[in-house]
Design a protein around this ligand. Structure first.
Ligand code: SF4
Length: 331
């Protein structure tokens, strides 16, 4: 294991590597840049058969909606689910370093009760291996459609000073744990993040660890996704790949997406949305257009409507993404 990695990753690098190979956490050089990452030793079968969303992918592209949630607000969660559920095949729940929330299993239970199909993110930042095993057991008992297994971005120094960050596991080892427990596992990848020439092989490695589907972080242009898909198949990846679509309608929601390591937004698209007389309508148009361009690629299995969508809170964000999803599902 490269001891210099502050997230103690074995199967790195993470998706947060900055330009010129600088670490996401501080100014050191990422210890995985220029080094061969280990190959997952003993393949674990990926379990996609139990996922209704993966089943749908065989007949049409799917739409995931990444829910924007106000933390510790169950009534707000239920309202957002009721708004977004019918215009998405599944509702993705994130795990943010600066916005802790209820335990993943509780969120999944609430989404199911409100009529949604949850895809739940598990990260290794704030939960040790035992707690992750507990969440995996809970999510298995609920028969959730899928879990997104992520190493997780590190907490920035100004947030919750003195609180430890765990990283007992990384995303690949968490994938193996969840797949061995019988869950359908989705994994992320960042085509934009250095070292870009190794990102495709990382999906193949996560597939060996049990991943059944990959969800890409959004990038600035469709051509990058097309090239990445070609690289992923050349690297031996066979899992379906879902492309990321950036949803933003104001300066704040654009800034969140544009300033995050490993993500990319098209500058022309930002200008077009933010200078429009109706930026909400323009943001929806831009997201639908980006999604349709991605879905026109022959090897894209679906899209994930990601980002905060707006600064106006979870319900308004759900309305915006629901409109994008409705237009996409209508064809
Ligand atoms: S960029 Fe990520 S993988 Fe690389 S050393 Fe930093 S935390 Fe570790």
């Amino acid at each position: 294991m490269p001891l210099e990695c502050p997230k103690r990753m074995v199967y790195g690098p993470c998706g947060g590597v900055r330009p010129r190979g600088i670490c996401e956490v501080d100014s050191r050089r990422c210890s995985f840049v220029g080094a061969d990452a280990p190959v997952w030793p003993a393949p674990i079968p990926s379990l996609g058969a139990s996922s209704a969303v993966l089943h749908r992918m065989s007949s049409r592209p799917v739409v995931l909606t990444d829910l924007t949630l106000d933390p510790f607000d169950l009534p707000g969660l239920r309202r957002a689910v009721r708004i977004a559920a019918s215009s998405a095949d599944a509702l993705l729940v994130g795990d943010h370093q600066n916005r802790p929330d209820f335990p993943p299993t509780l969120l999944a239970q609430e989404i199911l009760a409100a009529g949604g199909r949850p895809w739940i993110t598990l990260t290794c930042r704030d939960r040790n291996r035992v707690v992750l095993e507990e969440e995996i057991a809970g999510l298995s008992a609920l028969a959730v459609d899928a879990v997104l297994c992520v190493t997780g971005d590190a907490r920035t120094a100004s947030v919750r000073r003195g609180v430890t960050q765990v990283f007992d596991l990384d995303g690949t080892r968490l994938t193996a744990l969840a797949a061995a427990a019988g869950l359908t596992v989705a994994v992320p990848e960042s085509p934009h993040a250095p070292p870009t020439d190794r990102r495709a092989a990382r999906i193949a490695n996560k597939e060996r660890a049990g991943a059944a589907v990959c969800v890409l972080n959004h990038v600035a242009d469709v051509g990058t996704v097309a090239r990445f898909l070609t690289q992923a198949r050349a690297a031996g990846t066979s899992v379906p790949i879902i492309a990321g679509v950036a949803v933003f309608t104001d300066a704040r929601s654009a800034a969140v997406l544009d300033g995050f390591p490993g993500l990319g937004l098209n500058p022309a698209s930002i200008t077009a949305v933010l200078t429009d007389a109706d930026p909400v309508a323009a943001g929806i148009r831009a997201a639908v257009a980006e999604a349709r361009a991605l879905l026109a690629l022959p090897d894209v299995a679906g899209v994930n409507l990601s980002g905060r969508a707006c600064a106006g809170g979870g319900e308004l964000a759900a309305e915006i993404k629901a409109e994008v999803g409705r237009q996409l599902l209508a064809g």
